[in-house]
Design a protein around this ligand. Structure first.
Ligand code: FES
Ligand code: CO
Length: 342
């Protein structure tokens, strides 16, 4: 397997499993996705979904404009055929010669399907870690029902988008009347812990309406920062044992453009149509979008002297600190000296 060795935009994020698409979005046509400004083509074969750099080595056409034939990706321009390993196996203009230049290959990215999502790594350099994708137990738990939120484009830097998901204080304002209530905005003190290769908050009691159905109660929120572009939220109603869980994955497309994927799981109201939860999630994401797109600076400041922090912001502080430790620079604002190196 070969990857693009020249990848240096953000070596840390490039070595992460990043969400590329929902698996159900990839049917019989190749699909182009944009990850860290790289055009990637996804296509389905009998052996699962594959990811290549969306570029034909012959004359640079986008392979995603082509088609899939016999598990091969066929270039739209002159019909070269690339097999699942990215090797060119047919050049229609020279069928008799059979000599295919060894350089006639596509750049293949590591790609896997999990939780109904396609995950791609742009680089095989193990800079960040060799850790597998974190567990999301609700996905396989039969007592839970999981729906996929519609993919959502937001014109904001990915770290700003992840941090907004981790921000407990905004619920009472941005989502007033749906998730929170500004008359109950107080956040009790809590801590954040490093545990099993992730950051986990203490349980934070929040006065909330988990699904916008008018059932207000105290819910215990737990936030987890799983990876730089992957987070999780669990809300538990201790009285009824109702659990709401969300896996939140962000695809950095460009410096100030991101795509959100979210798995929304619940162990209650199982007979309510899934569309209700999809629509409700869209309402929440739209409310967030307006505020997050307004934030300045657009890039998330990793210097903790920038912006102001209060105890309820502890999850965000942990997130900023972790990005800084890992060396993530894409979509974040780092101190000036670091910029100079580039
Ligand atoms: Fe792809 Fe010519 S550009 S076959
Ligand atoms: Co929000």
């Amino acid at each position: 397997m070969e990857t693009d060795e020249r990848y240096d935009l953000d070596p840390v994020l490039a070595s992460e499993w990043l969400p590329a698409a929902y698996a159900h979005e990839i049917i019989d046509q190749p699909v182009q996705v944009s990850i860290l400004e790289e055009r990637v083509v996804l296509f389905r074969t009998d052996n699962g979904i594959k990811a290549f750099k969306d570029l034909c080595i012959h004359r640079g056409a986008e392979l995603s404009l082509g088609k899939v034939v016999n598990n091969c990706l066929v270039c739209p321009y002159h019909g070269w055929e690339y097999n699942e390993e990215g090797k060119c196996v047919k050049i229609p203009q020279q069928p008799a010669r059979r000599v295919i230049p060894p350089k006639a290959k596509a750049v293949v990215y590591p790609c896997m399907e999990r939780y109904g999502l396609i995950w791609v790594k742009l680089s095989q350099d193990e800079i960040a870690s060799k850790l597998p994708l974190p567990d999301y137990e609700e996905f396989d738990d039969p007592s839970f029902k999981t729906v996929y939120a519609d993919p959502h484009i937001i014109n904001a830097a990915a770290p700003r988008v992840v941090e907004n998901f981790l921000d407990v204080s905004h619920l009472a304002f941005v989502h007033e009347g749906s998730l929170g209530d500004s008359e109950h905005a107080e956040i009790p003190d809590y801590k954040v812990h490093w545990k099993d290769n992730r950051y986990v908050s203490d349980v934070i009691p929040v006065y909330a309406d988990p699904d916008g159905t008018g059932k207000w109660s105290i819910l215990n929120y737990t936030f987890e920062i799983l990876r730089p572009m992957l987070a999780r939220l669990k809300k538990v109603n201790e009285e009824t044992n109702e659990i709401f869980s969300m896996l939140f994955a962000v695809q950095p497309q460009a410096k100030r453009k991101s795509k959100i994927f979210a798995l929304v799981s619940r162990n209650y109201d199982l007979e309510t149509p899934d569309q209700y939860y999809i629509d409700f999630q869209q309402l929440i994401i739209d409310q967030d979008t307006a505020v997050v797109e307004s934030q300045r600076p657009e890039e998330l400041p990793l210097d903790l002297q920038a912006e102001l922090h209060l105890p309820p912001d502890r999850v965000s502080i942990a997130y900023r600190r972790w990005l800084s430790e890992l060396g993530v620079t894409y979509g974040s604002e780092v101190k000036k000296q670091k910029h100079m190196k580039r």
